[in-house]
Design a protein around this ligand. Structure first.
Ligand code: FAD
Length: 399
């Protein structure tokens, strides 16, 4: 019988794994378990908030994967049995596998922020797990309903979290919308950190494009929010300052998704430790864990990296199934951030597996960001490159 590769989660890591496995290793029998009928990307969702794109522009179906020969099952994975190599689904079916690629993404740590829970997120959306798009749509509607002169508050978590530059892209694109439609409004960004990804490039651009609109408050300057009150629309900081806002985007701390934490694959960090060469779980042999759920050492939690990791994991699984040595992986990342519709910046890095140390290692001198300075043509070109990236990666994932 053909070797069975079971992929759990049909997002950046999982959809990549399924399509890559069909293309590169046609002898593998590939099944994908994904709880939703379609996938809304977090990348480019900030452009939906800005009003430059609509939800259908960032929604993808699974027909392409089916056409490639992937058996797609829409159900929830509820119980992992790594010893028997079986997975139970919410609908009752049990699937057996030879190797699994697990890419379930993140869960929100509601208990980490007093006053914030799922009910609170219907008034103070997080919009950090795209799911069916409801959170993004809610935040967009709230921005549209806010009067000119209102205050949009953001609560930004400590590291590590999904998409390090994401909150700052969001600040920028909310500012892009407000500057056109509600120019007297303000953005108050309360951060649990003192520095952030591409900081100088973001702050230069905020001053140039949206002067006076954005106030970013570092942790040292009382930016760390410890409690929220969704009824009163108040964000309360560590030092007891109460900020009353008109719209609140609360991005709470995060952990690996439930299937990984409940299966006890995650350790005390909340993320899943893996062998860096094969991305195989250190706790559950036969399960390769990729994407945001994995403990990535110095690597950021990005869709670009989830795609790169998924290919490395499938290659390792295929080699191991044939009794061969897994190839030496290379992990690549480029994160584009839009600051306006025709203005984007980027950061890029390359990582290796440091098998000796059992971790990932940034290749020295491999990384960099866009240059600083008033470079409108370069920013416009990077916005075009970002569009090309989005089109190509979603094609790579979904066919
Ligand atoms: P996900 O893409 O979240 O996929 C997980 C999938 O697993 C989901 O479809 C979920 O429904 C499914 N699932 C979970 N549990 C189960 C279960 N028990 N049973 C069945 N199915 C299950 N990255 C970039 O590279 N570039 C960007 O420009 C960028 N922009 C971003 C902007 C924002 C606002 C945000 C929030 C993130 C951004 N990211 C970006 C990060 C990117 O979205 C994540 O890194 C990426 O989605 C991680 O992929 P993943 O496969 O780990 O998880």
């Amino acid at each position: 019988a053909a070797a069975r590769l079971l992929v759990v989660g049909g997002g950046f890591g999982g959809a990549t794994a399924a399509s890559f496995a069909r293309r590169e290793y046609p002898w593998l029998d590939v099944t994908l378990v994904e709880q939703r009928q379609s996938y809304v990307t977090c990348p480019y969702s900030n452009r939906v908030l800005a009003g430059d794109l609509a939800l259908p522009d960032i929604t993808h179906g699974y027909e392409g994967l089916r056409a490639m020969g992937v058996r797609v099952i829409h159900d929830r994975a509820v119980h992992l049995d790594p010893v028997a190599r079986r997975l139970r689904l919410g609908g009752g079916e049990t699937l057996s596998y030879d190797r699994m690629i697990l890419s379930p993404g993140i869960a929100l740590r509601y208990e980490a922020l007093e006053g914030y829970d799922e009910a609170a997120s219907t008034r103070m959306p997080h919009a950090w797990i795209a799911a069916d798009g409801a959170q993004i749509t809610l935040l967009r509607r709230q921005l549209e309903a806010m009067p000119d002169g209102g205050v949009v508050g953001l609560v930004i978590p400590p590291n590590p979290y999904r998409c390090p530059p994401g909150p700052y892209e969001r600040i920028s694109l909310i500012a892009s919308y407000l500057s056109k439609h509600k120019p007297r409004s303000k953005i108050l960004a309360l951060d649990a950190k003192d520095t952030f990804s591409k900081q100088a490039l973001f702050q230069d651009a905020w001053q140039a494009l949206y002067p006076g609109m954005i106030e970013w408050v570092s942790a040292t300057n009382d930016g760390r929010v410890v409690r929220v009150d969704p009824e009163a629309m108040v964000l309360e900081t560590e030092f007891g300052t109460h900020h009353r806002v008109d719209v609140a985007n609360v991005i709470p701390p995060q952990t690996a998704a439930a299937i990984a934490t409940e299966g006890e694959l995650a350790d005390s960090t909340g993320w899943v430790p893996v062998n860096p060469r094969t991305l195989e779980s250190r706790i559950a042999p036969g399960i390769h864990v990729v994407g945001d759920a994995m403990f990535p050492g110095p690597m950021p939690k990005s869709g670009f990296l989830a795609n790169s990791e998924a290919k490395a994991a499938v290659s390792a699984a295929a080699a191991l199934l044939r009794g061969a040595a897994p190839p030496e992986p290379v992990f690549v990342n480029t994160c584009y951030s839009h600051i306006g519709p025709d203005y984007a910046i980027s950061v890029a890095n390359i990582f290796h597996a440091d098998t000796g140390a059992g971790s990932f290692l940034e290749v020295p001198g491999s990384g960099g960001t866009s240059p600083r300075g008033g470079l409108p043509e370069q920013r416009r070109l990077e916005a075009l490159h970002a569009d090309g990236w989005y089109a190509s990666i979603t094609r790579d994932m979904f066919g």
